[in-house]
Write a protein that binds this ligand. Structure first.
Ligand code: ATP
Ligand code: MG
Length: 420
């Protein structure tokens, strides 16, 4: 029989990595509380039209990365979500979340893109996303950048991550820039790859986001959006920069930075690292003032960012991994006729008292069970034989420090193991 395997590019999260993953999530939840953000969970499946409208028809994601299929039961065309912003905005409109004013929201969960799997690039990956709906900024843009900086510090990554920012300006400057780009790329038509030629008139900005090294020089010399910004966009950008400088957060203005999704305007940014090879962007975001209106809601300014959890975990693993785990309080050894039933009750009672307890299951000699107790890392072995079961008492032996085995009533045993 052929071996069953997970779908290519989709990973199991194994117990060995759980400590790091859990540490990451705990820090993230606490960090978000510190800024007053509320969690939102949306379905993993959405109508395909949502992503086409939000992300843009002529983007890598919509053109070639989405898992789209027809629901064989009712013929609906559905897509496994490739990102979270579209769903978040859809939910905000659908449930009228903005009826009483602006909202600060966040989500966490799996995303799906049919990409070529490689280190840091998977077909199922995870994002933590932060969205602020109803804020025109630039104070909110700055808040999001400060949030990023604080999170990296709390994860022990501050020295590995750098900020790059840019402004895409408003609709008019983008239209002017678009015209310049088309003229520029028309003049260099021979140097365009197939993707670029196809996008020349549909979405020339996307050409700047090319991953093709052969086009690098051409793209580097292309007209810059920054040169087309109007006074309002420039002022917004200046205030964002000022906020970063006030907070002492180093950054680099990268006039070539465009994002892979069409909904962005004004501020865009990426947090990048040199430690992960080619897949060096760990977090990306910006302003998307047009999206709520574009998806049928009342025009509402907004901005947000999303981080790639797998990339951040890889970076955390390099930076020293998870902090040490709290050990088990007790490992319950049980030997003798009928002792297993008593052991089960004793273990439950210790858990009632708030202790972390592993119960030895499956029998075996006293010696082999004590070996398991030692390997479990537990602070104490609770040793139960026929005598203890008869008396309803526990033998308690410290495993990580000097000390004799004592025989105690349950409450005294629980108090002893809790104390230190
Ligand atoms: P990239 O340029 O790496 O393809 P992107 O612009 O497509 O990234 P976004 O849509 O902005 O990425 O997603 C935000 C973050 O999610 C990225 O910065 C990255 O950390 C992570 N990410 C995106 N795609 C993947 C993937 N296929 N596998 C793992 N992480 C991903
Ligand atoms: Mg991508």
């Amino acid at each position: 029989m052929t071996q069953l395997r997970a779908v290519r590019g989709m990973n199991d999260m194994l117990p060995a990595d759980a400590a790091l993953w859990n540490h990451f999530e705990a820090v993230v939840r606490d960090w978000l509380k510190g800024y007053g953000y509320q969690e939102l969970r949306t379905p993993i499946l959405e109508h395909t039209g949502l992503f086409k409208r939000a992300i843009g028809e002529v983007t890598d994601i919509v053109e070639k990365e989405m898992y789209t299929f027809e629901d064989s039961l009712n013929g609906e065309i559905l897509t496994l979500r490739p990102e979270g912003t579209a769903s978040c905005v859809r939910a905000a409109i659908e449930h009228n979340l903005l009826f009483d004013g602006a909202k600060r929201l966040w989500y966490m969960g799996p995303m799906f893109r049919h990409e070529r799997p490689q280190k840091g690039r998977y077909r199922q990956f995870h994002q933590v996303g932060v969205e602020a709906l109803g804020y025109a900024g630039p104070d909110l843009d700055v808040e999001h950048l400060l949030m990023g900086a604080r999170l990296w510090k709390r994860l022990g990554l501050a020295e590995f991550v750098q900020l790059e920012i840019n402004s895409l300006g408003g609709a008019e400057s983008r239209a002017r820039h678009r015209q310049r780009l088309i003229e520029y790329f028309e003049a260099h038509e021979g140097e365009l790859d197939e993707d670029a030629r196809r996008r020349l008139y549909t979405n020339p900005l996307r050409i700047l986001d090319t991953k093709n090294p052969a086009m690098e020089a051409l793209v580097a010399a292309a007209p810059r959006l920054m040169d087309e910004l109007d006074a309002e966009a420039l002022a917004h950008f200046e205030t964002v920069r000022q906020g970063l400088e006030d907070a002492g957060i180093p950054y680099r203005v990268n006039p070539r930075l465009v994002r892979g999704l069409d909904y962005y305007n004004y501020t865009v940014y990426e947090w990048v690292t040199e430690r992960l090879g080619a897949q060096g962007t760990v977090c990306a975001g910006g302003r998307y003032d047009g999206l709520v209106g574009q998806l049928g809601g009342k025009a509402t300014p907004a901005c947000g960012f999303a981080m790639g959890v797998e990339r951040l975990l890889a970076l955390m693993a390099e930076a020293g991994g998870a902090p040490p785990q709290e050990p088990l309080d007790a490992y319950v050894v049980n030997v003798g006729a009928g002792v297993a039933r008593f052991a089960l009750q004793a273990a439950e009672a210790l858990r009632d008292a708030g202790l972390r307890v592993a119960l030895h299951c499956g029998g075996g000699s006293f010696k082999s069970q004590m070996k398991k107790a030692d390997a479990s890392g537990a602070r104490y072995a609770v040793i139960l034989g026929e005598d203890e079961a008869r008396a309803g008492e526990l033998g308690v032996k410290p495993m990580r420090m000097e000390g004799e085995q004592q025989r105690l009533a349950l409450s005294a045993a629980a108090a002893l193991m809790k104390k230190d």
